[in-house]
Design a binder for this molecule. Structure first.
Ligand SMILES: [Zn+2]
Length: 175
């Protein structure tokens, strides 16, 4: 696909521009997911599918640990600015950016070093077939299971808050 239809792209831009300055991560996620779902006939294509938009569309956002997200309020103004600046033809950049923001909103970042690139802060995922905890580097994409085993291709799913509590990744409660 060479461009998102202008009307559809403007629709996301205006929804995002109308977010309050102190919008909570959950509201941001809601805006993005609603837009993807309402326009799925335009978005369930390449390059969006390359960035996992089919998995994003089917996210059960209520079960995701968004309150434990690493997205900060300074990231919100960056998000608003980037969406405002992008043109509907920048399909790849838009797909990648939205995927990154959604991932940041629904995954928990752990204080772990990536064995591949040395960056700090790997994200918690679960194996699709086995439910095992896995870590994925947000810089280079390297991933491995908690026991060191390699992750199969497309083997990871977003971890729900319940998954992460059962796996002991999230222990604290939210006031
Ligand atoms: Zn890495």
């Amino acid at each position: 696909m060479s461009a998102i239809p202008v009307k559809i792209w403007r629709n996301l831009q205006s929804e995002v521009a109308s977010l309050e300055r102190d919008a909570r991560p959950r509201e941001i996620l809601k805006v993005i997911l609603l837009w993807i779902r309402c326009n799925s006939q335009h978005l369930m294509l390449e390059p969006f599918l390359d960035y996992g938009f089919d998995m994003i569309k089917d996210l059960n956002e209520d079960s995701m640990p968004v309150e434990f997200s690493s997205l900060r309020s300074s990231d919100l103004s960056n998000f608003v600015n980037v969406i405002a600046k992008r043109k509907n033809k920048e399909v790849n950049a838009i797909a990648q950016f939205l995927r990154d923001v959604v991932e940041e909103l629904v995954t928990v970042e752990l204080d772990k070093e990536c064995p591949n690139c040395g960056s700090f802060g790997m994200r918690a995922f679960v194996g699709k077939g086995n439910g095992k905890l896995a870590y994925q580097c947000s810089v280079c994409g390297h991933s491995h299971y908690v026991d060191g085993a390699r992750v199969e291709r497309d083997g990871l799913a977003f971890a729900t808050e319940k998954n992460l509590r059962e796996l002991g990744v999230i222990q604290q409660t939210i006031e």
